[in-house]
Design a protein around this ligand. Structure first.
Ligand SMILES: Nc1ncnc2c1ncn2[C@@H]1O[C@H](COP(=O)(O)OP(=O)(O)OP(=O)(O)O)[C@@H](O)[C@H]1O
Length: 241
């Protein structure tokens, strides 16, 4: 078990954005979190990464209670987050951008950070662009750079915002394939927030969690979770298949 949430609650004023969520993620597991807008997905990811402290409940990472740890300390333990809208340093090269991530999030020295960065860039297929300015990358390449930045800190758990939003179907397929390889070859777990339309992502996930009004309303292998009658009713509007 890499991550465990125990009855987590996060309130904004009177709104329970996350309302009693318990969840376990295994080593190497690729979990997709889906749900309508405002169902609490981003808030949940913020609780896991440490941006928010839950009002109730606990968060355990590799068995250790991390509920009170700030994001940078969780990063050092092996959680890495990739954001939906990457904001690289445009005046730095692609490689330098990834090195910065490895130094600050992974706590590596400069030499090790460079090695890790080169490796991460090869892994995501950006090695040939490493000396380009990050500001010159295409949208798809920026997403890959963001993934490489997260990978360079040698994470055990990747937390992915809607990082595939706006990619073409082919780019999405490649991205998902990459995530599957990370879990299979390296045992890296991933939690990915997934947009409504991204069937490819959901189909390839090991497990799907469906959120609605701050709660998990269904959970399981993709076919099973998405064919749950409540999910069809509140989220999909019609049967998954
Ligand atoms: N910082 C905040 N202050 C007040 N309310 C918030 C805050 N962040 C989120 N909320 C509210 O909490 C609820 C859950 O929001 P959240 O962003 O987690 O949902 P989501 O499932 O990620 O939605 P989306 O797909 O639109 O990003 C929403 O009603 C939202 O308006």
């Amino acid at each position: 078990m890499i991550l465990r949430l125990e009855n987590v609650v996060k309130k904004f004023g009177g709104l329970r954005a996350v309302d009693g969520v318990s969840l376990e993620v295994g080593k190497g597991e690729f979990l997709a979190v889906v749900g309508p807008n405002g169902s609490g997905k981003t808030t949940l990811l913020n609780i896991i990464s440490g941006v928010y402290r839950p009002d109730e409940g606990r968060v355990y990472f590799e068995g250790r209670d991390v509920t009170d740890l700030p994001p940078y300390k969780r990063a050092r333990l092996g959680m890495a987050r990739a954001f939906q809208v990457p904001r690289p340093f445009p005046e730095l090269s692609v490689l330098e951008n990834v090195v910065v991530g490895a130094v600050f999030n992974g706590g590596l020295d400069l030499h090790k950070a460079r090695e890790a960065a080169e490796e991460a860039l090869s892994y995501v297929g950006l090695a040939s662009k490493k000396d380009q300015l990050a500001g010159k990358l295409t949208f798809n390449e920026l997403r890959l750079l963001e993934l490489a930045r997260a990978l360079a800190s040698n994470p055990k758990l990747l937390l992915l915002d809607e990082v595939m939003a706006g990619l073409t179907p082919t780019e999405i397929d490649r991205f998902v394939e990459l995530l599957r390889r990370l879990s299979e070859e390296r045992g890296i777990s991933a939690i990915s927030l997934v947009e409504h339309r991204m069937r490819a992502v959901v189909r390839l996930a090991h497990r799907v969690v469906v959120m609605h009004q701050g709660k998990i309303i269904a959970e399981g292998p993709p076919e099973k979770a998405l064919n749950d009658p409540r999910v069809v009713e509140v989220y999909l509007g019609r049967p998954w298949r």
